[in-house]
Each structure stands twice: as structure tokens, then as C-alpha cells.
Design a protein around this ligand. Structure first.
Ligand code: GAL
Length: 430
């Protein structure tokens, strides 16, 4: 059990919440304050609006239509990777008392903002009704549980710290793609080789993709224990280890394209698919884009975790909420039932590049890449993602993003960057 302002937990024993009093007791399954009814439709708010992400959502909607043929699915998707536009729009709607029936949010610290503002309701009773307490890993249930309540239901688990490479570009530059680099320094040496060969060594996009790169570098450079300590206060953001991590990030950024601002993750990943850049660091929703382009792991692209001190799974999970005052709470409940179901998780994750959050979904038909994610999640150290709401609240992430943007646009130097990151931690650590 965890208290408000939890941040991280490694897989392991966690007592799931005990019996909880249902708040409402209505046909809505007792969601606090939302009342029942509204079962004829559901507006689902996500940022899966285009490309392979939309294909993932579409796969889920197919299962929803089979399971709940009488509930109309209303697509409230707002484009922009990692919710870069959706989260602001959502905040405006919540503040205006105009919530969607359910919205996508990351399991972990990101939920705290919505909980503190009283914007989402306790769905612990749905966990019991759908029999989910044993279906999800303890570590995930822990990330979802706050003061005995559970505020969202997970649909998947993604890995954030992956390197994607174009096999031909790498081979042409004399890089052996059969064995991934064993260390961050070896990876940086490869970037230098690629740069000397006149190739864009590392593609990156707009600020949030740079934060994704930053977190992967910090995980690799610091190792799991020290990285995880950044969020519970046991690792200082002003320490020499963090300085060394930021120096590595600075080095990485020096190998990237300069036209970053207008690029979202699909654009940066597309450069690998098209062979106009060698490497990209991105979460494993990227694999769905390679698959959509009919590229094959090994032959066309390579994938490995950013190497570092130890093997690490950069963790994040998408989950869905029941907002306070949702106009169609019964529709939302139907959606939550589908995303939690084995059929829903199978169809969605096969298309999305993620792995099921449920532990009882048969992953035999998942791709070779997905099998590596299943193994890594089971065996490697777990670090929560910054860019995707597992480690940090929305406010903290925004402060990290602002500091990162200042640094990568040259408005501040490395010392100023580290000071800003320290200030962000001081202002937001619970
Ligand atoms: C993450 C989300 C993923 C994927 C990614 C890129 O925040 O959890 O499912 O959509 O953003 O947009």
C-alpha cells in the first residue's frame, strides 16, 4: 500500500488494497460522485489520433463493439505524441466542468494531479467487479493505488528506453548490427562513426522526445537505484552523478538533427524507417510504426535498450479513468471493462507495440520484439518514465521539459540546466 505522492516501486510483493467501501452504490458500479446512467455512448479521450497509435485504438474499439454493441464509441482523440497537446486540452475541459467520459492517463505519479484536484473517481470497486486484483502485476497495482483507492485501469505496459536503428545505414557505416553496443560510451563511439560517415547519427524531435532521450540516458548512466532515487529524494539532482548523466545527454544531442521543433515521434522514427538517419531513442510504440511499414526486426531495423550500468526496463503504462461528473459513467464503465479484458488487452497490445498489463494474456502470438519486452519486464530492473507520467506529476514533467528546452536551444548552459532540474525537483517532490 502506498500513500499519496508515491513515486516508484520495483516488482515485488505489494498487498493490494483491502475491501473498500463503494462510494456510490449505483448502477455505475459505485463511482464516486458520477452517478449512474449514460450507457448509450462513451467519449474516450486519448492522444492516439494518427498512424500506428490510431491503429492500436481501432483494434481496441473493435473489441469494444463486440463486447458492448449498444454503446456508441465517440472518439475524443487529440493528436500530439505523449499527450503534448491533449493534456492541456484535457485540463481546460476538466476545469470547465466538461470532462470526457474517460481519459487516457499514465499509471503512476501523473495521476496525483487529477486525484488532488478531485477530477477522477475511485474505481477500486470496478477492480473487484472485473476480478482485476490478481490479473495485474503487484508492482502495477501499487502504482495505481493511492490511500487505499485505485484511480485508473491499465491497458498496457510500454518500454521507454529503446534504441531503434536502420540496419542498412549502420552496416554501410561499418557498424556490426549483430551485437548491440555494450555501454553508453560504445554507443557514443558509434554515433561518432556515423557522423564521420556523413549520416544523421541520432534523430530526435520536439521537446518531449528530448525528455524521453534524457530519461533513457539517466537510467543508463546512473543505474536503477540511483535513477529511482531522483524521485523519492534519495538521489540529489545536484550531485556529480547527475552532472555526468547530463554531460552524456549533451553529447548525444550533439549528434542529432537540428530541425527538431516541428518533429513529433512518428517523424523522428520515420527517419529510421526511411534510412535518412541511423538511430532514434524512443518508447516501443515505435515498433508498431516499423511493423506498419512492413519492416522486419534484424533485416530492416534493430532494437535494443540504451546500454548502461545494468539492464533496465523503462516503465510506463497507459490507463483509463472515470472522471468526476462524466456524462456517461455507464458508457465509461463499459469501456473500462473492455480495456481490462483479456480480449481487449490482446487485440490492443498486438497492434500498439506494448505488452499486456494483465499477466494472464497468452503472448505466444506476439512479435519477436514484444517477447523481449515481456522478458525484460520480468527480469530487469524497473525505472519509471519521466516523459510518460510514471515518475513525475504533470507539473514536474512540465518543469523538466521547460528546462530541457532551454538547454537544447542553447538558452542555458549545463550548469544552468542542472540548477533548473534541481529547482523543479524541489518544487514538486512530495
Ligand atoms: C505515451 C503513451 C504511449 C504512446 C506515446 C507516444 O505517453 O503512453 O501509448 O502513445 O505516448 O504518443
Amino acid at each position: 500500500m502506498i500513500k499519496r505522492r508515491y513515486v516508484l516501486a520495483l516488482p515485488g510483493a505489494v498487498a493490494a488494497a483491502g475491501t473498500l467501501a463503494a462510494c456510490g452504490g449505483d448502477d455505475n458500479g459505485g463511482s464516486g460522485g458520477s452517478g449512474g446512467g449514460g450507457g448509450d455512448s462513451v467519449e474516450v479521450f486519448t492522444w492516439w489520433a494518427q498512424g500506428s497509435e490510431k491503429a492500436g485504438l481501432d483494434a481496441l474499439v473493435e473489441v469494444f463493439k463486440e463486447q458492448h454493441p449498444d454503446v456508441e464509441f465517440v472518439n475524443g482523440a487529440v493528436a500530439g505524441g505523449a499527450g503534448s497537446a491533449a493534456k492541456d486540452m484535457l485540463q481546460s475541459r476538466l476545469q470547465a466542468g466538461d470532462p470526457p467520459d474517460t481519459f487516457q492517463a499514465h499509471a503512476g505519479a501523473e495521476l496525483n494531479d487529477y486525484i488532488d484536484a478531485g477530477q477522477i473517481t475511485d474505481v477500486a470497486n470496478l477492480f473487484d467487479e472485473f476480478g482485476l486484483r490478481d490479473a495485474f502485476p503487484d508492482s502495477l497495482v501499487e502504482r495505481l493505488t493511492v490511500d487505499d483507492a485505485i484511480y485508473s485501469i491499465p491497458s498496457n505496459i510500454h518500454r521507454s528506453n529503446m534504441v531503434w536503428g536502420a540496419t542498412k545505414v549502420l552496416t554501410d557505416a561499418g557498424i556490426d548490427t549483430a551485437t548491440p553496443p555494450a555501454s553508453l560510451d560504445e554507443f557514443l563511439e558509434q554515433l561518432e562513426t556515423l557522423k564521420s560517415a556523413g549520416v544523421t547519427a541520432l534523430s530526435v524531435g520536439t521537446t518531449w522526445t528530448q525528455v524521453n532521450l534524457l530519461e533513457a540516458v539517466l537510467m543508463a548512466e546512473l543505474g536503477a537505484e540511483v535513477y529511482n532515487g531522483l524521485f523519492d529524494g534519495s538521489t540529489g539532482w545536484d550531485t556529480p552523478e547527475v552532472t555526468a548523466g547530463l554531460q552524456k545527454f549533451e553529447q548525444m544531442m550533439s549528434y542529432t538533427n537540428t530541425d527538431r521543433d516541428g518533429l513529433d515521434w512518428p517523424d523522428a522514427t520515420q527517419q529510421i524507417i526511411d534510412g535518412t538517419a541511423a538511430y532514434n531513442v524512443m518508447g516501443d510504440w515505435a515498433v508498431a510504426a516499423f511493423e506498419q511499414a512492413e519492416q522486419a526486426l534484424g533485416d530492416d531495423f534493430v532494437a535494443f535498450e540504451l546500454p548502461g550500468k545494468e539492464k533496465i526496463f523503462g516503465f510506463l503504462a497507459d490507463s483509463f479513468t472515470l472522471p468526476e461528473g462524466a456524462p456517461h459513467p455507464d458508457g465509461a464503465k463499459a469501456w473500462l471493462e473492455t480495456i481490462a479484458s483479456t480480449d481487449g488487452q490482446l487485440a490492443f497490445n498486438l497492434a500498439k507495440g506494448s505488452i499486456p498489463a494483465r499477466t494472464d494474456v497468452d503472448t505466444a502470438e506476439f512479435s519477436e520484439y514484444a517477447q523481449t519486452a515481456v522478458t525484460s519486464f520480468a527480469e530487469d530492473a524497473i525505472c519509471s518514465s519521466i516523459a510518460h507520467g510514471a515518475a513525475t506529476s504533470v507539473a514536474w514533467l512540465n518543469a523538466i521539459a521547460d528546462a530541457t528546452s532551454q538547454f537544447t536551444t542553447g538558452a542555458t548552459d549545463l550548469a544552468g540546466y542542472q540548477e533548473a532540474l534541481k529547482a523543479a525537483a524541489d518544487a514538486n517532490q512530495g
